[in-house]
Design a protein around this ligand. Structure first.
Ligand SMILES: [Zn+2]
Ligand SMILES: [Zn+2]
Length: 287
C-alpha cells in the first residue's frame, strides 16, 4: 500500500500537498470544498495551478478526495436530497478542476425507510449527479460504514446494491475503511475475517473496484456500530491485524490514508506512518 493521511487544505490546496510532504506521506486525501457546507466556491485558476505545481514535485504520488459530511444520497425527496445532489455535482466539478481522480462518498442513511429503499434512493441520486457531469472522469468511491443508525454501508450487500442499480457503474468504485469494517462486525483482526470480507467484495462487486483504503484502528469493539477512529495499533484491531492488512499483496499499489486525530505539527501522522511502514516491513523508509 502507498501510505498517507487526510490533510487540511487550509490556506490553499497546495498547502495540503506541503503538509503531506512534511508528514512523509506518499498519498493524501483532501476535501475539495468546506466539508460542513452544501456549496462552495470553485478552486480558482491560481489555486489549481499552485496545487498541480506542488504535486509536480512528485513525492506525493496521488491525491484523492472525500465528499462533504452533509451529503445524504439516500435521503427522501425534499430539500435535503436536492442539496445533497447539488453538493455532489459541485464536488465532482471541483475534483475535475484539480485533477483529483475520485471522491470518497458515504452511501447515506435511509432514515427509517428501510435498506432497500435507501439503496434505490442512493443509486438514483448518483444517477442524477452522474448525468449532470456526463463528460467527467471523476469517480465516486463508495465507502463502507460502521452501520451506525440507519446508515447504509455496514454490509457489502448495500454497496453491491448501489453498484447494481446505478445506470453507469463505471463511474463508481470503493473505498474500504478498516475501522468501519471492524465496527460493522467484520473481524479483520484474523486472516480468516479479512480474507472473507475481501472475498465477499470480490464476489459481489469486484476486487478491482477497490480504489483506496482508509487505515484507521477502532476505538470501539467488534460490531459496535459506533464509528470512532483510533491510532494504528492503539485500538481494537491492533498491530497484528494491521500487519496482515498492509502486507496484502493484492493491494501493494493502493493508496491508503489515515483519518486519525492530529495536532497542527502532524506528529501523530508521522508516528502512525512509521508504524504502518514498520508493519509492512519497510523499516520506516518511504518506499
Ligand atoms: Zn468517510
Ligand atoms: Zn473513512
Amino acid at each position: 500500500m502507498r501510505f498517507g493521511a487526510h490533510m487540511s487544505t487550509s490556506g490553499g490546496f497546495h498547502k495540503a500537498v506541503q503538509r503531506g510532504r512534511q508528514a512523509g506521506c506518499e498519498v493524501i486525501q483532501i476535501f475539495v470544498k468546506n466539508n460542513m457546507r452544501w456549496l462552495g466556491k470553485p478552486p480558482g485558476e491560481q489555486d489549481a495551478r499552485l496545487f498541480k505545481e506542488e504535486l509536480g514535485r512528485g513525492d506525493i504520488q496521488m491525491v484523492f478526495g472525500h465528499t462533504g459530511y452533509l451529503i445524504n444520497p439516500a435521503s427522501p425527496a425534499g430539500p435535503n436530497r436536492t442539496s445533497s445532489i447539488q453538493s455532489l455535482i459541485q464536488e465532482i466539478e471541483f475534483a475535475a478542476v484539480l485533477g483529483v481522480p475520485f471522491l470518497v462518498l458515504h452511501p447515506g442513511a435511509h432514515l427509517g425507510a428501510g435498506e432497500q429503499q435507501g439503496i434505490r434512493r442512493a443509486a438514483a441520486a448518483l444517477d442524477e449527479a452522474f448525468a449532470a457531469t456526463k463528460t467527467s472522469k471523476v469517480r465516486i468511491a463508495l465507502e463502507n460504514t460502521a452501520g451506525q443508525g440507519s446508515s447504509l454501508g455496514g454490509k457489502i450487500e448495500h454497496l453491491a446494491g448501489i453498484f447494481d442499480k446505478v445506470n453507469n457503474p463505471g463511474r463508481l468504485g470503493l473505498c474500504i475503511d478498516t475501522a468501519h469494517l471492524f465496527e460493522a462486525g467484520f473481524d479483520i483482526r484474523a486472516a480468516a475475517g479479512w480474507d472473507a470480507v475481501i472475498k465477499s467484495i470480490g464476489k459481489l462487486i469486484g476486487i478491482r473496484q477497490i480504489l483506496a483504503f482508509h487505515l484507521n484502528d477502532s476505538k470501539t469493539p467488534l460490531g459496535s456500530r459506533v464509528d470512532r477512529h483510533e491510532h494504528i495499533g492503539k485500538g481494537h484491531i491492533g498491530l497484528d491485524g494491521f500487519r496482515r492488512i498492509v502486507r496484502d499483496a493484492r493491494f501493494a499499489k493502493h493508496p491508503a490514508s489515515l483519518e486519525t486525530r492530529k495536532s497542527p505539527d502532524l506528529h501523530e501522522d508521522v508516528a502512525n506512518l512509521a508504524t504502518l511502514r514498520k508493519l509492512a516491513g519497510r523499516s520506516g523508509a518511504k518506499n
